[in-house]
Write a protein that binds this ligand. Sequence first.
Ligand SMILES: [Zn+2]
Length: 686
Amino acid sequence: MSKRYTITAALPYTNGPIHIGHLAGVYVPADIYARYMRLTGNDVAFICGSDEHGVPITIKAKKEGVTPQDIVDKYHAIIKQSFEDFGITFDNYSRTSAKIHHDTAQEFFKTLYDKNEFVEEVTEQLYDAEANQFLADRFVTGTCPKCGNEEAYGDQCENCGTSLNATDLINPKSAITGNVPTLKETKHWFLPLNKHEAFLREWILKGHKKDWKPNVYGQVKSWVDDGLRPRAVTRDLDWGIPVPVEGGEGKVLYVWFDAPIGYISSTKEWAAREGKNWEDYWKDDNTKLVHFIGKDNIVFHCIIFPSMLKAEGSYILPDNVPANEFLNLEGKKLSTSKNWAVWLPEYLIDFPNQQDVLRYALTANAPESKDNDFTWKDFQARNNNELVAIFGNFINRVVVLTNKYYEGVIPEPSEYSTIDEETLAAVKAYPAVISSSIERYRFREASQELMNLARLGNKYLADEEPWKTIKTDEARTKTVMFVALQIASALAVLSEPFLPFTSNKLKSILCHSELDSESQWDDISIKDILIPANHKINKGELLFSKIEDKTIEAQLEKLEASKKANEAANKVTEPQKEEITFEDFTKLDLRVGTILEAEKMPKTKKLLVLKVDTGIDTRTIVSGIAESFKPEDVVGRRVTVLVNLAPRALRGVESQGMILMTEDEGGNLVFVNPDTQNVSNGLQIS
Ligand SMILES: [Zn+2]
């Protein structure tokens, strides 16, 4: 039965282009889902837009000496183009700087304000006196109180996913000046999440225990169990949507308050254009609302936005939030700032017209239940071993042989063999199998089932060998080719959500548009004949082509170059210390020594307890090198020892001196020692 679906994909943040991580985590699965829902006859609004407010955009604008508007205009255009290039079929792609969005977000705020759903409070917030600015969100970094990550932001720790208030950070530091902030009073409006705890428990923890993904459910449960606190939904900033109530002058809505409302305003924009009623898509209980997001957005889509919708009172709540985990690239976290990414515009330059290859590789290896790794080798293997060798090979043989034997006209079959009947029955089962995977948000599994259908076709041809029977049994050959063409036709329809460009090409090769009735998703399991005898098809074109090793090596070299550039950029040479006199230097008594024994200091990670022959004596030195060296690796090492350093106790062991070390490029410790073995212990270094 046909249903109405409002499908949203996370609004991309407009401070850079998008990369494969975004595509794999959000936009490809959302597009597969939306295309599938349309193909199966549902009423779909697939909604997205650019998220153009918030602190990182203002920081980037400052850095580049342009306005925030310049930044968002630039990246909105680039991002929108990438989505079109990769066949992401949004019904509407808006932007949060649009007037309709400002109006919608302000109206939403005003409604909650009038209903007394906010707590208004003057609190002390972090303030950077030098920059003359309050510090929230990404304007401030510090240590996460939950996991100890030293680079947590004022709104969230990216390491453990915890949502934070700026004042929660330990050792906060201004991202503008690097100063330690002071506290200053300011008034803000808070959404009392604690007030919504009972509702969230009932709705998610009880109501969605079975149908939400375990990674999403688990995160929500841990936050709710930790206790929810009021969250400020306004900010002291000049970039964003002005707070529309008295006392709101100079303040804007918190970007995470306005961004999800962007789904609503984008739907309104679309409905106005298409002559629809937007409220059907947001306020009707028969509509299914599904948010596609990455795991870093779970708290906003499962706790904050639903609490806002609930407080407003007239909206439906999401039916599911199938958040994905993160995609890594060649074993390392994708990073915009470190340029450790595959950017979509660049991909299309290096792999023109191969959008489907990336869509397929990302889907087949999607980070659905845990973080996953994109490697260029896997990408090559997915293309060469699956798309080329199975899907492409099957279609190519069917099309070439039909043209060769029958001048492109589909032959009349005679009686089916058991194999033919079994094969056609197997084809009929695929729509339900793939549907079941998609409806449970298992897109990897769904893409593999599609490939299994191509495998079935390949095997059928290999077993029935029409290229042999053509010499001996004309009637049998016609039947085999007829059956193979039915499989090809089913593939043309069922591949659309996953490989939309390929599906179009294949439909055009098979002249689907000239059929009396073009088959839809469900027809594959109902109709006995998908493409009839005497229908003429076109000459073929290769759907996929092999990707050579040298192409993959070029991509790996590109990444290697990024890695080197990062290392060079991160290399900090400490400035020279204050000048000292020769007398100062002569106070240091440096000697050549040899490590005689070494053992780990119990219950520590870093410390080794060493026995060192200094030429003067054999003494104990505690050294923080255990993370770089095992005890057995250092015994016998020649070392340079500062012998007249005042002894000090480390974990109850007295350390009598210090061993000189430096670090290599990778941050590993290296001994500083004489460059020949021909020096005796105890010799002075001067
Ligand atoms: Zn953390």
